[in-house]
Design a protein around this ligand. Structure first.
Ligand code: ATR
Length: 281
């Protein structure tokens, strides 16, 4: 008898991961057999663990800190999404081959479609703040969507130059100080820095200066309502939160492992939002 499909999150630590709750919700609401488990795997154990994923009964899984780069050595094939971003967050099998992919970009873009309809055609000028790992994915997604005037502002300017260099006709690096001017013209503003995260200072940005039609996105999701999003809502600007991106990035993996494309619904959003709020008290 074949066993129900099993996927897992591999990382160290994994206790904080919300992926088991997300995939568990979909398995239950779709009435599908299967499970999604936590596997605490140290850096030393990871290569062997990933190689024997199938022998352990898994059809794939998610990869998190500190394995997103080591995952490149474990995969038999790297999906272009992971090549472009330099990190793998999802494993699945195609035949006998272990495929390493990155679903953060599709998650980010799907979340903008969900929360900020019209962004693709109405983002004449875009401001991306930050140039770390998160920004690389965001920039890849925005350029793939065809946006053509993207300014990337980062405290360490060289990092902004590095990540914009593959897209010379669509994106340019600007100084962090330029933010206060760019905020006045931008149609889409995205925070990819850790500013605004629990325990961090807020992003220094005055949205009262922004266009009334501007759309604001944050990839931070703890807290759920970052100071940036709270400020945007107070100015009546449309917003896309980091939790929506987290939920949408899980869709592709679930479909590959369990055979059905799940939907991001308000019910799922509320479940995870409640858990995040609870963890903050
Ligand atoms: P990730 O891979 O999660 O994006 P990261 O690579 O550490 O994480 O990137 C964090 C981002 O937040 C960077 O853009 C970082 O700016 P630097 O490249 O100058 O380090 C930005 N960041 C973190 N703390 C900041 C602060 N106090 N002021 C401005 N930017 C900050």
């Amino acid at each position: 008898m074949t066993q129900p499909p099993k996927a897992c999150i591999m990382g160290d630590p994994v206790a904080h991961s919300r992926s088991p709750m997300i995939h568990g919700y979909w398995l239950k609401t779709l009435g599908l057999p299967g499970s999604y488990e936590r596997e605490r795997v140290t850096a030393a154990e990871f290569p062997q663990f990933a190689k024997s994923l199938r022998e352990k009964g898994y059809v794939g899984g998610n990869v998190t800190v500190p394995h997103k780069e080591a995952a490149f050595r474990a995969a038999d094939h790297i999906d272009p999404s992971a090549v472009a971003i330099g990190a793998i967050n999802t494993f699945y099998y195609e035949g006998d081959r272990l495929i390493g992919a990155n679903t953060d970009v599709t998650g980010f873009v799907a979340n903008l479609d969900w929360r900020l309809p019209g962004w693709r055609t109405e983002s004449g000028k875009t401001l991306v703040i930050g140039a770390g790992g998160g920004a690389r994915g965001v920039l890849y997604g925005l350029t793939q969507a065809g946006l053509g005037d993207i300014s990337v502002a980062n405290r360490t300017r060289e990092r902004a130059e590095t990540i914009t260099s593959p897209y010379p006709s669509q994106a340019q690096a600007v100084s962090f100080d330029a933010i206060s001017d760019l905020v006045k013209e931008a149609d889409l503003i995205i925070n990819t820095t850790s500013l605004g995260m629990a325990g961090q200072p807020p992003l220094p940005l005055d949205l009262k200066q922004a266009k009334p039609t501007a759309r604001i996105a944050d990839i931070v999701y703890v807290p759920l309502d970052t100071p940036l999003l709270t400020q945007a809502r107070a100015c009546n600007l449309r917003t896309a939160d980091g939790l929506g991106m987290l939920l949408h990035q899980a869709v592709h993996g679930f479909e590959k492992w369990f055979g059905k494309k799940p939907e991001v619904t308000d019910g799922l959003f509320d479940l995870i939002a409640t858990d995040i709020r609870k963890s903050q008290h």
